[in-house]
Design a protein around this ligand. Structure first.
Ligand SMILES: C[S@@+](CC[C@H](N)C(=O)[O-])C[C@H]1O[C@@H](n2cnc3c(N)ncnc32)[C@H](O)[C@@H]1O
Length: 285
């Protein structure tokens, strides 16, 4: 689901906590808080005009989501322990989470970010005032629901390490990922699409024990459909509950699963649920 909306943005929602402020100051080189705010609001406006996601309206891209995940520190440890670790950020938008992982030590050339829309990645360079030379991390555009881009079948069988600079699709990465981050993306899809995406993402993970997929998105105490108004449009969002979500992963491979619901208050003051989850490979390669 993509929205386009001409509703006015609300700058009062802009808020950087101390960790986010430090990160954005470091990344952009803009140390003056007012200048930084002005810069972030300008980029937000450009993106929102093209794709009016609530998380762009709400400044979700400044929340350092990846580093708030309970598995983040152990994921960083995987990056230190492996000779050739590989991290994928699915639905990366501006690439803020990849940049956070790099800032925290994950090798920059061992990350692949992917999104339906290349312009978000390009705007990431505007947001973070970088260039493909100064931030030479890999990006590949594509539709994660398209089997030609991401399939649960093992389309490619090469045992050799993938050439990350010339990826054609995520299928080139089957069985190669040490860690996969997927935040605020699954809830964009129908129940069936989410289940199929779980199988496809599971196929990307290395079969080595400890490889992990982790993320967060909207959940419910009992799976079902939330109907809500988003920028004047009625939207149905299918949400799994932790138990049914874990079952999807357990059916997709030998995973140890963890999923919890956290109560959140939406910007319009309503109570909602965020599901924070992970699935860790348990077999030895
Ligand atoms: C709500 S944003 C989440 C961004 C980021 N992961 C975060 O947590 O802040 C959802 C992202 O998923 C991308 N997306 C939506 N549908 C997609 C698809 N079918 N394939 C790949 N990416 C998709 C959007 O372009 C957008 O950047």
């Amino acid at each position: 689901m993509t929205f386009t909306s001409d509703i006015p943005l609300d700058p009062s929602l802009y808020r950087l906590d101390p960790a986010a402020l430090e990160f954005f100051q470091q990344q952009t080189g803009i140390t003056e808080e007012d200048d930084l705010k002005h810069h972030i609001l300008a980029v937000q406006k450009r993106v929102f005009a093209a794709a009016s996601y609530p998380c762009i309206y709400n400044f979700g891209f400044t929340s350092l989501r990846i580093s708030r995940h309970p598995k983040y520190q152990s994921v960083l440890q995987l990056g230190r322990d492996h000779r050739n670790p590989l991290l994928l950020d699915l639905g990366c938008c501006f690439g803020n989470d990849a940049r956070k992982a790099v800032a925290d030590g994950w090798p920059i050339i061992r990350i692949v970010s992917t999104d339906l829309r290349r312009e978000f990645w390009d705007l990431g360079h505007v947001l973070f005032r970088s260039t493909p030379t100064s931030f030479p991390s890999h990006f590949i555009a594509g539709d994660c629901l398209d089997p030609a881009f991401l399939s649960s079948e093992s389309v490619h069988t090469s045992r050799s390490p993938p050439d990350l600079s010339s990826l054609v699709s995520l299928n080139d990465l089957h069985g190669k990922l040490t860690a996969i981050h997927a935040s605020s993306i699954f809830h964009l899809f129908s129940a069936e699409q989410q289940a199929s995406l779980v199988r496809a993402v599971a196929a990307l993970l290395s079969p080595a024990s400890g490889s992990i997929v982790f993320g967060s998105h909207v959940g419910l105490p009992k799976q079902g459909t939330i109907r809500e108004e988003v920028f004047g449009m009625t939207v149905d969002m299918y949400c799994y509950d932790p138990e049914s979500w874990n079952k999807l992963w357990e059916a997709a491979g030998p995973f140890k699963t963890e999923a919890v619901l956290k109560e959140v208050t939406t910007p319009n003051g309503e109570i909602g649920w965020k599901m924070v989850w992970s699935a860790t490979m348990t077999t030895k390669s």
